[in-house]
Design a protein around this ligand. Sequence first.
Ligand SMILES: Cc1cc2nc3c(=O)[nH]c(=O)nc-3n(C[C@H](O)[C@H](O)[C@H](O)COP(=O)(O)OP(=O)(O)OC[C@H]3O[C@@H](n4cnc5c(N)ncnc54)[C@H](O)[C@@H]3O)c2cc1C
Length: 380
Amino acid sequence: MSGVMCDLAIIGGGLSGGLIALAARRAQPERRILIIEAAPALGGAHLWSFIDSDIGPEEKALLQPLVNFGWRDFAVVFPNYKRALPFPFYSLRSDRFDEALREAMPAESILTGRRATGVSADGVILEDGTMISAHGVVDARGPGDLSLLDLHYRKFVGYELTLNGPHSVRRATLIDAAADPAEGFQYMAMLPIENDRLFIEDVRYEAWPDLDMTDHGNRIVNHAARFGWRIRSSARGQAGILPIALGGDFADYWNSGGVGVAKVGLRAGLFHPVTGNSLADAARTALMIATAQDWSGAALHGMLQEHAAKCWAQRDYYRRFARRMLRDMEPAQGYTVLQSLYAMDADLIARFHGMRLGWADRLALSMGEGPMPVSAMFRG
Ligand SMILES: Cc1cc2nc3c(=O)[nH]c(=O)nc-3n(C[C@H](O)[C@H](O)[C@H](O)COP(=O)(O)OP(=O)(O)OC[C@H]3O[C@@H](n4cnc5c(N)ncnc54)[C@H](O)[C@@H]3O)c2cc1C
């Protein structure tokens, strides 16, 4: 058994943990940071995307070097209309994420292929018996006990496809719900990468957390066929089952990830209740930690618990929005809520994604056939 000392130990080298390491190394290069990841690489197998308006300039400066692809705007397509929204859209791939972290950090700061088996506010025990003593620990190991939350799921499978010839797609498509709404609440997303290469993802919202890979794969092939494309090869698949929060008790969930231990990412409940996305939150918490002077376990826990609890409370509107869209409506009707949302003013849509909707926005959304009737806005 051996011992290691550091200022900050980050457990989990996924999106949140990796961004903390990057931001903290940049802000306080003199302090010793360790990032401990069970898998051989940092970041897993992901293509993470975000809308420019989801983040501020500081978060953008952190994410910019990691970005693989960018588009000037993005489209949404529904049975009733299609439109382009004038916000840049970016994607980052986890292999670039791993590479950037290894460039930025001293090699001895990154422990991959090492699983933590015990985590406290100021120490970590690894599977091989190594004990790490840290001024402070941040737990970024992904979800806590999700069974404590009232959940729906956003499930998706996507592939990077090389076609037999060029396609003419120029902008990213966030949602294409034009085909077969009767089959349930599902849509396609599409990111053009090169003239003959694009990423297509089949997305569906359902109440149960399992994936039918064959079904998703068939839908992707059918989607390509709709455009008359022939697929030459496919690569870089990704699949996800994201929690969509309809309700739940924040304190119980927080503690399920370790009492008294600082947490970030899914483990801290920091995700968009309707989309399940967490990249903007991950960038924000990374900067909070990086610029904090006190990295003691207690100080980090206090700061992050307060932040996450506040976010959870502020996001109640979005949980009710998700409940209305996913529980109060038939699955085949769910997409109509999005259809109404994406017909609204572009800046309001940006604020919806960035979870910055004000009262006037909520009122606008509640009018007429909008996603949330006034009566539902005030219900607990
Ligand atoms: C395929 C996919 C695509 C997504 N795309 C987007 C997107 O486009 N935009 C967006 O905003 N969100 C997206 N999300 C949602 C969300 O941003 C991701 O799930 C994000 O990775 C969550 O960040 P996290 O740090 O909480 O967890 P993770 O990124 O899952 O990181 C947790 C890490 O901890 C490691 N770990 C677990 N246990 C241990 C242990 N005992 N010891 C050491 N390490 C451990 C894991 O191996 C993992 O690397 C996506 C999710 C998935 C699954």
